[in-house]
Write a protein that binds this ligand. Structure first.
Ligand SMILES: Cc1cc2nc3c(=O)[nH]c(=O)nc-3n(C[C@H](O)[C@H](O)[C@H](O)COP(=O)(O)OP(=O)(O)OC[C@H]3O[C@@H](n4cnc5c(N)ncnc54)[C@H](O)[C@@H]3O)c2cc1C
Length: 293
């Protein structure tokens, strides 16, 4: 399999990227790390005559602390996210995903923006960023807008991005006190293996130790990172313990819409969802209590 003949353009700014996209539309695609796009071009799933690289656009790079959270530039690689000191100190749950995704060679070029915009059901960051109340910062020549990740994904490989819009960053709000998030995934081997099922959980504890709020999001077993409303209903107001987590995990299992493929049957995936949900909820609770980094 070879990448078909394409013309590569290197945009120096967002404006130039937009102009190139518009000029060569509908035969142009934006290129970040290329770990999804080049595979799709090779396999023939997607086609393009022009690739618009945004690697030189400074605004898309870097992780910045803001007054109210963390701005993760769309071109931040998975390795950069994994190693960033602020992520390690204050957003450590992200490392549940970044430390397990793909392999170091891929993590060195794969970007956060590409992982989010690809909107592939098995992508690891979207469920986790969703339970951490992440938002997509979107730019076009008409202006900027922010969309909560909980509303960003609309279907398999489909997002709310309109033609001409670029993702500039993912924003994570400062994680409140007594809040913890976690992600648990199952894959068939340790390296370079996409998730068979993944579950992200976020738990907000009240002063009395009960659950004030909770979010459980599914990965790889639904078209989008699905938030499980029934799990939230089970958890809120309860004193966290393995029995409550097991009930919420069963709700997550019931909400899953898994497919059968070479990595596992739908039934197997459902069982795995329950196990991953229990693990993610337990880790999120430990982080909310401050007993886990
Ligand atoms: C061997 C291998 C293993 C993998 N393992 C995993 C894994 O374990 N977990 C996982 O989640 N993923 C995995 N992936 C998938 C992939 O590495 C990730 O999804 C990666 O983060 C995509 O980022 P990228 O920079 O390579 O995106 P690209 O391939 O460059 O782009 C992906 C899509 O997003 C669009 N795009 C990119 N940036 C922007 C932007 N700023 N604004 C608008 N559109 C944009 C592109 O046009 C394209 O459609 C794996 C891939 C490979 C090849």
């Amino acid at each position: 399999m070879y990448v078909p003949d394409v013309e590569l353009h290197e945009a120096q700014s967002l404006e130039e990227a937009a102009a190139l996209l518009s000029r060569f539309s509908p035969h142009a695609r934006l290129l970040a790390g290329g770990t999804d796009l080049l595979v799709d071009l090779k396999s023939g799933r997607l086609s393009a005559d022009h690739l618009i690289s945004v690697s030189r656009v400074a605004f898309l790079h870097g992780i910045t602390e803001t007054e109210d959270g963390l701005r993760i530039g769309a071109l931040t690689t998975i390795t950069q996210l994994d190693r960033h000191p602020v992520v390690r100190q204050r957003f450590a749950a992200l490392r549940d995903a970044t430390s397990q995704m793909a392999a170091p060679q891929i993590r060195n070029v794969a970007t956060v923006g590409g992982n989010v915009v690809s909107a592939v059901p098995c992508a690891d960051l979207p469920p986790l960023l969703t339970v951490m109340n992440g938002a997509a910062r979107i730019w076009s020549t008409s202006g900027e807008r922010t969309v909560a990740l909980a509303s960003f994904f609309v279907g398999v490989r489909q997002t709310v991005l309109k033609p001409g819009e670029l993702l500039t960053a993912v924003f994570l709000p400062e994680q409140p006190g007594r809040f913890g998030a976690a992600y648990a995934r199952f894959s068939l081997r340790e390296g370079n293996s996409i998730a068979v099922a993944g579950v992200a959980a976020g738990i907000q504890l009240g002063a009395d130790g009960r659950v004030d709020d909770a979010r459980v999001a599914l990965g790889a077993v639904s078209p989008t990172p699905k938030l499980v409303a029934a799990a939230r209903e089970i958890l809120v107001g309860e004193e966290p313990d393995p029995r409550v987590f097991a009930k919420a995990a069963d709700a997550a299992m019931d909400a899953a819409e898994p497919i059968c493929d070479v990595r596992g049957t739908a039934g197997f995936r459902r069982e795995i969802v329950a196990v991953m949900a229990r693990r993610a909820l337990t880790s999120a609770w430990e982080r909310a209590r401050g007993t886990k980094p």
